[in-house]
Design a binder for this molecule. Sequence first.
Ligand code: FAD
Length: 407
Amino acid sequence: MSTTPRFDVVVVGGGIVGLATAHALVRSGRSVAVVEREPRLSDHQTGNNSNVIHSGLYYAPGGYKARLAVAGCAETVAFCREHDLPHKVSGKLVVATEPEELPRLAELERRGRANGVETRRLDAQGMREREPHVRGLEALWVPSTGICDYRAVAERLGELVAKEGGEIHLGRTVTGLAPRTDDVVVRTDSGDLLGAQAVVCGGLRSDELAKAAGADPGVRIIPFRGEYSGLTEDAAELVKGLIYPVPDPAFPFLGVHATRGIDGHVHAGPNAVLALAREGYSWGAVKPKELLGTLAYPGTVKVAQRHWRYGLGEVYRSFSKKAMVAQIQRMLPEVRAEHLVPAGAGVRAQAVKADGTLVDDFLFVEQGRGAGSILHVLNAPSPAATAALPIGREILQKLTGETLGPL
Ligand SMILES: Cc1cc2nc3c(=O)[nH]c(=O)nc-3n(C[C@H](O)[C@H](O)[C@H](O)COP(=O)(O)OP(=O)(O)OC[C@H]3O[C@@H](n4cnc5c(N)ncnc54)[C@H](O)[C@@H]3O)c2cc1C
């Protein structure tokens, strides 16, 4: 008779949040299994993002994002250094190109100060000393922002988990979770696992997984694709580091930015368009049932009613290179259409409430307490890659009451 494998905690999802959580759990001496449905780790948000180590500048003071991103910024750099992973603290410019953006730039400066993030205000000349090809009125210089390779960070976390005796199950889909008095049965397409507790870090599928555990997620994940363009070699010299616009405070997205990655390539993006499937990486990726579910959700209708003009603009820019170039030219006037080549996309898992509110902060929902409980991570968009290490410790603390220091 075969017995069901049993662990202190089963973690669903092998993206950076699931792996950082598993890492914190094994550090605390617990037995852990990570269950990932793809054949390799980090194939969704974690492996398809801008690879920016965010400073913590943007986020409302006092929230999870502010606290965990500021800690995560320093910890990600330290982790990369310790494990010899590619990274660079290059600093970034946030550029105001229109007079109406100046008050928003001042607000970012204030938030930065409240969150303990160092910034410096630069005039047009000051910003050109950092980025000679930028055009703008004023800018904020944020020295602590950096770049890395989050797939490499996540893979190293997976190795560390395995080294400490944790199990990583790839190509195994979780189909349901059944909380019981003393444990949680985690049902997969290849047999059950038992965890005294479970954590669900399912990214684009986190609301579905909450429902599959009998919980009411209170939100729906709406997939917003972010498309990137690469700058050709001759245009790449126009960007030394990271150049960002002033974000529109109505949206949790940072706007199309230009980033020189650790491989030296420069990309511009991401935009934000509704994806037609949860893992809808292109316009051709359509899953009618998922799309109908998205469109029928009252929250989607409300978002569309409120932001239709912005949404249509993003769709137009997705199809029209000319429109995309015009947006980049606001900060980098020398970029031309022939400089841009398609460079892939990522899909953001954005939690939306039924009233159309785009959930801004990270969202952790606890289904029960102690043995037999499940913790659902229901909103972990940017900067959750930056914040992953402290998020993992935060989840350990929520599950067990134990606090763990940084590495
Ligand atoms: C375009 C874009 C740009 C971004 N830029 C940045 C940035 O520069 N800096 C930053 O800090 N953050 C950035 N982010 C955000 C960052 O990528 C995410 O916050 C982070 O990767 C979330 O990690 P995760 O583990 O929660 O999700 P994911 O990486 O999506 O992992 C979830 C995992 O769960 C698995 N899963 C789902 N369902 C099941 C199931 N039923 N059974 C088993 N496994 C399942 C999935 O296969 C997946 O591997 C960006 C995101 C996007 C999309």
